[in-house]
Design a protein around this ligand. Sequence first.
Ligand code: ADP
Ligand code: MG
Length: 341
Amino acid sequence: MDIREQTLADWGEFSFIGFLRDRLPASHPELLLGIGDDASWWRPAGGEVLTTTDMLVEGVHFDLAYTSAADLGWKSLAVNLSDLAAMGGRPACVYLALGLPGTTRRSWLEEFIDAFLELADHYGVQLAGGDTVRSETLVISVALNGIPAAAGPVRRAGARPGDDLYLSGSVGDSFLGLRCLQGRLSVSGPAGIFLRERHLRPRPRVELGAFLGTSGMVNAMLDVSDGLIADLGHLLSASGGWGAELEIENLPLSSAAREALRAGMCDYPELLTGGEDFELLFSLAPDRFPELAAAVAGVGVELTRIGRITSKPGIFLLGPDRLPYQLDGKEGYDHFQTRDC
Ligand code: ADP
Ligand code: MG
């Protein structure tokens, strides 16, 4: 039998952990002790640590019918990198806890780990430990540690009336990609591939986040994971209940999303509330943008002004004609209030 066809039950927990250790690159300068003991030991360069954790559960966050092992390995780290970027920090070491059915194939696990470590290596992040247990459904829990910028982390709190709101990249692609994967939308050719990729292989804005953190110019920031409107709401309530005005026409849309919109395959409310774009949303005083734009030009991520913070609470949308625009119904993703996940 091809060894890669073995199940995890045949392969065994400790052989799997041995395989993991063999896959790791040479040790990280900050990590004094990694996989192999009862706990890891590390010495963070700046003396301060940011920690974030995110969990992915089969049937809730992903469907194995259209998510490969490599997609999942990539995404389980990417979502954590995005959270750390949203604090303006630099990622350093990561922990991976897995709940796996005994029937999981060795080949599946190898692909999962290879994609996870490919992304980790890309950002110089070291896998420092984790746990592996048997479970009925697949559960992946990742914890990521990182180093805040010298000026301290960029928090959700801190937006002020008069600030401009900026968004990196484009919004709504992941929602459209998910619809394609679910067979609810049909987009062929490179546009279809692009949209699916945006859902399955999100590119966390690691360099941009660290750059914005170091700049000291950003007043408030978060990553857009629950949908633009929901996450903007989180930023506003953390900042003390201010409001915001968003200009729909200024939303950064990819050409694939723009084409889907033009063809009537989706509408603005869907793009504004669809989740998992993993872009950065931040606010800053308007007079700071030219300096910031010059400083981040080398990062190569587009930044778009999408609106501004107002002293009047609530989120007000301005339509193409600058008339008020209404969102009907759902405003974003809430794990305990969502029927359609
Ligand atoms: P313990 O029983 O003391 O919790 P384990 O046998 O669970 O130890 O783990 C042994 C070592 O392997 C530990 O250093 C642990 O961090 C590491 N480890 C276990 N599972 C994983 C995993 N999925 N990813 C990374 N490291 C892991
Ligand atoms: Mg253990």
